[in-house]
Design a protein around this ligand. Structure first.
Ligand code: SF4
Length: 231
């Protein structure tokens, strides 16, 4: 059974946010799974293992999706499969539409490229879902510093849930250590945020982990996150 987003009023979302600031991510995940049922979609970019491991450990059988733009680092695909195998997790790999082939659009129009390769596959999946759970964190960088734990993503008309929004980098490091999880293979090479290879470099700014994404451009997000919200 699923719960349509319209049953979560703005006041309820506010109450949930207040309560969830001090809740464990596992409690938030369990709430989301119980509340939205089959309507819940979980995505991870697999730059680190935390969100996928939390989801797979908390909700047995839950599907965690990776959007393969066709331009991901080979290491990312390998890493996602490795983590799923190691944890017994259910991994789904989303791909662009069948008529999208390899091209050089990322050289000429990164917004359009992200739209076709990232946003469209996500929105195709979300079309019949009521909630979308992600690993966004306020510590990811300045553009994500205000990330709420729960809000209405107006654009996709789903309730977006970010169970580790208030986790610090130290919280992530502790979780990884406590659960003996391997890092993404590119972390040792200076990549602190990992997307597609044409648009990702090691971060030059130590205060902004996402500084290596679309470096030299004004673009800071691929279009999956951001947009109008109600919280
Ligand atoms: S991050 Fe770059 S290569 Fe990947 S979808 Fe966006 S523009 Fe295309």
């Amino acid at each position: 059974m699923t719960l349509a987003h319209t049953t979560l009023e703005t006041a309820q979302i506010r109450e949930l946010n207040a309560a969830f600031e001090t809740a464990q991510p596992t409690e938030i995940l369990a709430w989301a799974a119980a509340t939205f049922g089959d309507g819940l979609a979980v995505t991870s970019s697999f730059g680190d293992p935390v969100l996928a491991h939390l989801a797979w450990s908390t909700v047995p059988g839950i599907e965690v999706s990776l959007i393969d733009t066709q331009y991901l680092f080979a290491e990312t695909i390998w890493y996602a499969k490795h983590l799923a195998e190691r944890t017994g997790g259910n991994l789904r790999i989303l791909t662009p539409a069948s008529d999208v082939g390899r091209d050089d659009l990322w050289v000429r129009d990164t917004d359009l490229c992200c739209g076709i390769r990232k946003v469209a596959p996500l929105e195709h999946m979300l079309a019949n879902r009521t909630s979308w759970l992600t690993g966004l964190r306020r510590d990811d960088g300045p553009t994500r510093a205000q990330t709420p734990i729960v809000f209405h993503d107006v654009l996709r008309d789903v309730i977006k849930v970010n169970p580790i929004a208030n986790w610090s980098d130290a919280d992530v490091a502790s979780y990884v250590l406590d659960n003996d999880l391997p890092p993404h293979p590119l972390v040792d090479r200076g990549y602190t945020s990992i997307g597609c290879w044409p648009c990702t470099a090691p971060a030059a700014d130590p205060n902004d982990k996402r500084a290596g994404r679309w470096a030299g451009q004004s673009k800071t997000e691929c279009g999956l996150h951001g947009g109008p919200t109600v919280k």
